[in-house]
Design a protein around this ligand. Sequence first.
Ligand SMILES: Cc1cc2nc3c(=O)[nH]c(=O)nc-3n(C[C@H](O)[C@H](O)[C@H](O)COP(=O)(O)OP(=O)(O)OC[C@H]3O[C@@H](n4cnc5c(N)ncnc54)[C@H](O)[C@@H]3O)c2cc1C
Length: 382
Amino acid sequence: MYNKADAVIIGGGIIGVAAAFYLARANYGRIILVEKEKFMGSWSTAKAAGGIRAQFDSKVNIQMSMVSEAELCRFKDDTGYDAAFDQVGYMFMLSRDEDIAHFKKAYELQRSLGLPVELLQPEDIPRLAPIVRIDDIKLATFCPDDGLGDPAQFLAGYEQAARRMGVEFALETEVTGLTVAGDKITEVVTNKGTIACGKVINAAGPFGGLIGKMVGSGIKMQPYKRQCVTTGELDFVPSNFPMVVDVASGLYTHKESKGLLLGWADKAMPPSFDISVDPDYTDNILERALDRLPKLETAEVANVWAGLYETTPDHRAIIGWEPQVEGLLHLTGFSGHGFMHAPAAGILAAELLTGKEPSIDITDLAPERFEKGELVHETNVI
Ligand SMILES: Cc1cc2nc3c(=O)[nH]c(=O)nc-3n(C[C@H](O)[C@H](O)[C@H](O)COP(=O)(O)OP(=O)(O)OC[C@H]3O[C@@H](n4cnc5c(N)ncnc54)[C@H](O)[C@@H]3O)c2cc1C
C-alpha cells in the first residue's frame, strides 16, 4: 500500500507533523509519515508542559523561538485550526549572583536579536505573579512574547492541514530498519512492509538515537524521565499569571485549567525509557512548589505524569543531514524544547529538503558536531 514516497517522516509527534505541514506547503511530492503507535503524539508531545519561550542563551535557540512564536501567532490563518497561543510571558526569578550574571549576559544577546525581554526588580514581580514568595529574589527577567499553548491542539492543527494537502499517515507502522545502497538511503523498512524512498526525516523524538543507530550515525542523545504535577482548582491564580521559573530550585509553574501546573527536572536521573510515575519525584516537585508558592498548602493534586526529554550532551537539537548517509535528515534531540521549536524545525526541514539555504544558521545543530567534539552548550535549560 505505502510502497513508494518522495519523503518518509519517521515519527508522528509535534516535530514530525510540523515537518509534514511545511513540506506539503512547499509542494514536496508524496510524503508519508509513519508512526509506530495507534495514536499521533502519544510520546513526548503528549507529556509537554506547553511552555513557549525565546529566553535562551544561544543565538540559534533564540532565533528558533522567535521564528516559532511568529508562526504560532498566525497558526489559525495558516492551518485553519484555532489553537491558542496564550502570550502571558515567561518570568525567570533569580536569587543567586552567578545566575544574575548569566541571565544579564543572555538578556543582552536576546535584546540585540530584537526580543522585547525586560529586567524586573523584585518590587515589579507581584504585579505579574502576586502568589510567589519573593523575599530572596534579587532580579527577574520577563519576556511578554513568551507564553503557553496546548501541544495536542497544535499537533491536531498541523496534522489536519497536512492531511488536506495530501500527506499520508501510516499509524501502527514501526520503522525497523533503513536500507542504504552505496552511501544513499533507498528504503524505509517497517513492520507493515518496505517504502522505497530517497529522503527520510528522523523525527522519532526520544527514539531518535535508535533511528541513527540503524545507519551507524554518530549522533548522541539520551531519553531522561521528567515529571509534572497539576493541582485542582485554585481561586487565587490570576488570569495573566505567566510561566514562572525559580532558577535556583529549578521549579517551573504556570496556570493550567483552573489550577497550576508544577514541574521540575531531576537532573540526577539516569537515562532510561521508563515513564512510570515516581512518588519521590512528585514529592520533590511539591516540596519546591510549597516553598515558592506557600498558598499551595491547601491545594489538591489533580494529576501527575512522567514523560521523556530527548537530550543531547549540549542541550541543543540535532538538525541537519546525516554525514554517513545521503538522504537522511535528523530533526530530533530537542532536549525539552521540541514543542516550542516545532514550527522552526518544520520550516528548516522543508528548506533543507527543497535545497534552499536554511533561513536560520544551524551550524551549531549539525549532526557531525558530536564526532568532531564541537559542542556549544545551551545552559538556559529547564
Ligand atoms: C514533562 C515534560 C515537559 C515538557 N515541557 C515542554 C515545554 O514546556 N515546552 C517544550 O517546548 N517542550 C517541552 N517538553 C519537550 C517536548 O515534549 C519534546 O521536545 C517534543 O514533544 C518532541 O517532539 P517529537 O515529535 O520530537 O517527539 P515525540 O512527541 O516523542 O514524537 C516522536 C514519535 O516518533 C515515534 N517513533 C519513534 N520511533 C519510531 C519508529 N521506529 N517507527 C515509527 N515511529 C517511531 C514515537 O512513537 C513518537 O510518537 C516537555 C517534555 C516532557 C517530558
